[in-house]
Design a protein. Structure first.
Length: 134
């Protein structure tokens, strides 16, 4: 169904959206923080925040087709394993972020047949949880 969201004009650091099956926590990465974090400034969903960190930037683009606005949703995932955030682009690049633990993360990804380009947020979170528990 439709949700009613009330916006205020105060500058905020974070907010939380509660849904029946999920709770989304967002944090604001300021321009100052963005430079040192290695990601663009803006609001990010904090999908996972343990030893590893996984943020998702939710964006949409509008395209007009036959005079009708169509919105295309495009989430972008970023991972931080202690050396700053890196955009998730491929399995090889994702596993490389784990340094000496790359082989172990590869085992996890292979065992659960996770392809980061096709994986949803929960699959990435599951892989990170398994890796961080070691």
């Amino acid at each position: 169904g439709l949700y009613q969201i009330s916006l205020n004009k105060d500058i905020i650091d974070s907010f939380v959206l509660f849904f029946r099956d999920d709770t989304l926590t967002f944090t604001n990465i300021t321009r100052h923080e963005a430079g040192s974090a290695g990601i663009p400034a803006g609001f990010y969903e904090v999908a996972y925040d343990e030893d590893s960190r996984y943020f998702v930037r939710h964006t949409s683009a509008v395209h007009q087709k036959n005079g009708i606005d169509e919105y295309f949703y495009s989430p972008t995932g970023y991972i931080n394993t202690g050396t700053g955030f890196t955009r998730i682009r491929s399995n090889k690049q994702f596993m490389k972020q784990f340094g000496t633990g790359s082989a172990e993360m590869k085992k996890i990804m292979d065992r659960y047949k996770i392809n980061v380009r096709k994986a949803d947020k929960n699959e990435i979170i599951s892989a990170l949880r398994l890796f961080d528990k070691q």
